[in-house]
Design a protein around this ligand. Sequence first.
Ligand SMILES: [Zn+2]
Length: 240
Amino acid sequence: MQGDCRRGGFGSDLLGNPEWEAQNPPCLSPGDRCWGVGVLGSEGRSTLGEMIVFLGGPDFVSQLRSVLQVGDARLKQVARPVTVWNQALQTLIDDLIFTAEKTNGVGIAAPQVGVPQRLVIVASRPNLRYPQAPTMEPTALINPCLLAHSEAVVAGWEGCLSVPNHRGNVVRYREIEVEYLDRHGDWQRRVWVDFVARIFQHEYDHLEGYLFVDRADPADVITEAEYSVSNAQLTVPRAS
Ligand SMILES: [Zn+2]
């Protein structure tokens, strides 16, 4: 399957549009810091107006966001394209990366924290929930688009921060090519396979209002405890 994100894809009418670019200059250049500064342990308000506690030091203000849980109608919404590159977006990206890391996630989508915008984080690394995960730099994908995918699909077990204590066996494309805007507003392309490709497809589903439990056969949704006990028997990939 082939597509073109810049013609008809999300964000296609944004960059390159002089009027839009004049109204929405990127707020960050590599190395810049435009987020706030606070004293460790002190409280303040984020650019979204939420109460925050400065956690990591005088120049580190990422906060743990609360993750919506299955049953919340906001998880069923289709997210809107990001159209403004500002400090709030940069703070949201940092908070999502921080939240995924602290909750043993390998990805997270903005709608999961109640922000209905087309922004996902893909951040594979070994952790307690995914000990076999490959390591990569946490990556923010804004207005992402699936450019191409393999015909080959593979089933694998997924969890979700919004569906705690459950795993589901979900069929995903084995290899994908994606295009997205990075946090500085630059177009990027990546080819991902296997687990990282799975993470992207899972997170992209959040932008469309789907959870893994919407994709999996109900008989293939099990508890985390069942998954742990049966992991060795259940991890045999199966194509369909
Ligand atoms: Zn999820």
